[in-house]
Design a protein around this ligand. Structure first.
Ligand SMILES: Nc1ncnc2c1ncn2[C@@H]1O[C@H](COP(=O)(O)OP(=O)(O)OP(=O)(O)O)[C@@H](O)[C@H]1O
Ligand SMILES: [Mg+2]
Length: 366
């Protein structure tokens, strides 16, 4: 604690001065000339009392200043926070016991400010998402209305034309269905309520099944695919098969969406292997790739690269944030490597099931 001038003066008046004056009085009295010294002693005693009074006064003022100023500052700061103003700075004048309290208060203000800014960003992102989804829904609705009018007004005059119109209506309705599904799933992710049903299964068998699930769609998109599964049959993992399929579907849909049309053939390679206690599922494409400066942000919610935003591919930038969340909820992770012009490779890392580790995990959750 630093002593102020007032405090030093108060100590001087309260302790040093009376002590000196009393000592002098005592010396005078014990000197023998009691009668002669009586007047001086009275004066000295009077001065001592005056010094004591002055000291007490200074001490009171010092105390009032020392405590009331920071209290007032804190009171004002609390008032500003109550009124929703978080743009001020609270700093202590002196390095005393209040400075610690001020530091904690300042830390609390900064945290509140960060939370408020994050909430604002989040609300803005949600508004953008709603407007994007409404726009994405409007496109198939307009198309469906157009085709239905064509059927009603007899524009589709032949059986062949009618069948074509109906199949387009079906595919547009399917697009809408997927969009609505994506939106409702996103709200589950957002509130951390993804319904998981974990089961233990063979990694080799699971990924082989997945391969066939996506093969038809990739063939229809004229993708060349190759597949290699090096995981031994007995290696197991604990996953939610449906949610893991969603992860793979999101990754594949990106490879399709961001294919490089200047290349003669678009390709996707699947490689599944075991590395120690991990199962690595790699999905590699020869698409447009991602610029190095954009790569660290692609897992962020609502992030879309500049090129994707200006392209007509559509999307809201939530696919990879869902991938990240589901992989983390599986005790794994998703890693993306990419090179513009060459392509991207997503590695999905999952823990190998181990009896003892699983039991420990259950014990821990209990
Ligand atoms: N395989 C890929 N090739 C090139 N760019 C990719 C690839 N995967 C992701 N990206 C980039 O990462 C961004 C984020 O991907 P993400 O899947 O989260 O969003 P999206 O595909 O734009 O929209 P959504 O998935 O919501 O429909 C994309 O906009 C794109 O720029
Ligand atoms: Mg996507």
């Amino acid at each position: 604690m630093r002593l102020s001038k007032k405090m030093v003066l108060a100590v001087l008046c309260l302790v040093i001065l009376p002590l000196v004056l009393l000592t002098v009085s005592w010396i005078l009295l014990s000197g023998g000339g009691a009668a002669a010294a009586a007047g001086t002693v009275r004066l000295l005693l009077g001065l001592s009392v005056l010094a004591l009074l002055l000291g007490a006064l200074l001490l009171l003022r010092w105390q009032a200043n020392h405590f009331s100023k920071p209290f007032k500052q804190l009171q004002e700061a609390a008032g500003l926070i109550r009124d929703g103003n978080l743009d001020f700075e609270l700093s202590a004048d002196a390095d005393d016991e209040f400075s610690q309290l001020f530091d904690s208060f300042e830390e609390m203000r900064l945290r509140l400010k960060n939370n408020a800014e994050e909430r604002l960003r989040y609300e803005q992102d949600n508004k953008v998402l709603i407007s994007n989804i409404s726009h994405d829904l409007k496109t198939p609705i307009t198309a469906i209305k157009g085709y239905v009018e064509g059927l009603r007004d007899g524009v589709a005059s032949t059986e062949e034309k009618r069948a074509k119109y109906l199949s387009t209506i079906y595919s547009k309705a399917d697009d809408m269905d997927k969009l609505v599904d994506q939106l409702s799933f996103y709200s589950l992710v957002d509130s951390d309520r993804i319904p998981y049903h974990f089961t233990r299964l063979s990694a080799r068998a699971y990924f082989s099944d997945c391969r066939w699930d996506f093969k038809e769609e990739l063939d229809a998109q004229e993708f060349e695919t190759d597949y290699e599964n090096l995981v031994p049959e007995e290696v197991e993992m604990v996953v939610d098969p449906e949610q893991l399929r969603r992860v793979i579907s999101n990754v594949i849909s990106n490879s399709v969406k961001y294919r490089d049309r200047s290349k003669e053939k678009s390709r996707i390679s699947f490689r599944i292997r075991q590395a120690g206690k991990k199962i690595l599922a790699e999905i590699e494409d020869n698409g447009v790739g991602i610029a190095p400066e954009e790569l660290p942000r692609v897992f962020d919610r609502f992030y879309r690269s500049d090129a994707s935003r200006s392209a007509v591919t559509g999307g809201n930038g939530i696919g990879l944030s869902i991938v990240k969340k589901i992989m983390e909820d599986h005790g794994g992770r998703a890693l993306l490597k990419s090179e513009p012009g060459r392509g991207s490779c997503m590695t999905l890392e999952l823990p190998v099931y181990e009896e003892s580790a699983h039991e420990q995990d259950i014990d821990r959750r209990r």
